[in-house]
Design a protein around this ligand. Structure first.
Ligand code: 13P
Length: 251
């Protein structure tokens, strides 16, 4: 049995005060950590504040990271810096990073290796665009992203990596992938891990669905055999809605 995950990706939202209000509002109201990994991935500038106040049942993650430890990269955040805040997770390869900041599969692979080296658990995002889905190349896109992301990653490192399938056409659009479509893609990703590593690795790796997850569709998504949780944007910004999503994940 894979432990479920409910991860919020706040993207570029919330001031420090708003973030702290959220943390106080969810405190003691989330499912126990033995049952669920509840995670909030927040803007880098408030990570340390959140880590200090996170409580036993919430984990904190970053949304991006540079692949180098230090250097002349104005405006970037390094794995060493993230580690020093005490965060446990880092989202890597989000489609918004790939799309707006030209993040390549090669960079994502370097970031995965660096994150693991600094004890940060990557939440690796993959997913196809609407055009790619409509031209029938979803599997090819996913295969390419997964193969490149996992280059030289060892099987024993996989238990520290989470995959999130996020079809670009479903992100922030209110157009959630149907539970069947989401499960099929997550199942395909699992089969890629089986081929790259082993049946055991495929059985153990946790795969999330992301893209317009809400309190309305979470039950159906969570009921799917290949979906182990959600990576949630908009619906994770409100404390009550995030708590409801977390409770749905342990039903
Ligand atoms: P929405 O839940 O707002 O569609 O965002 C999904 C996402 O990109 C999470 O990383």
């Amino acid at each position: 049995m894979r432990k479920p995950i409910m991860a919020g990706n706040w993207k570029m939202n919330k001031t420090r005060d708003e973030a702290l209000q959220f943390i106080y509002a969810v405190s003691n109201r989330l499912p126990k950590n033995e049952k669920l990994d509840s995670i909030i991935c927040a803007p880098a500038i408030i990570l340390r504040d959140l880590v200090k106040r996170q409580g036993d049942d919430l984990r904190i993650g970053a949304q991006n990271m540079h692949e180098k430890e230090s250097g002349a990269y104005t405006g970037e955040i390094s794995p060493v810096m993230l580690q020093s805040t005490g965060v446990e997770y880092v989202i890597l390869g989000h489609s918004e990073r790939r799309q707006y900041f030209n993040e390549t599969d090669e960079a994502v692979n370097l970031k995965i290796h660096k994150a693991l080296e600094f004890n940060l658990k990557p939440i690796l995002c993959v997913g196809e665009s609407l055009e790619q889905r409509e031209s029938g190349i979803t599997h090819t896109i996913l295969e390419n992203q997964i193969h490149k992301a996992f280059l030289n990653v060892k099987e024993e490192e996989l238990n520290n990596i989470i995959i999130a399938y996020e079809p670009i056409w479903a992100i922030g659009t209110g157009k959630v992938a149907s539970a069947e479509v989401a499960d099929e893609a997550c199942g395909y990703i699992r089969s890629l891990i089986r081929d790259l590593y082993s049946p055991k690795a495929a059985d153990q790796i946790r795969i999330l669905y992301g893209g317009s997850v809400s309190t309305k569709n979470v039950d159906e998504l969570m009921a799917q055999p290949n979906i182990d949780g959600g990576l949630v944007g908009g619906a994770s910004l409100n404390a009550d809605s995030f708590i409801e999503l977390c409770n749905a994940a342990v039903k």
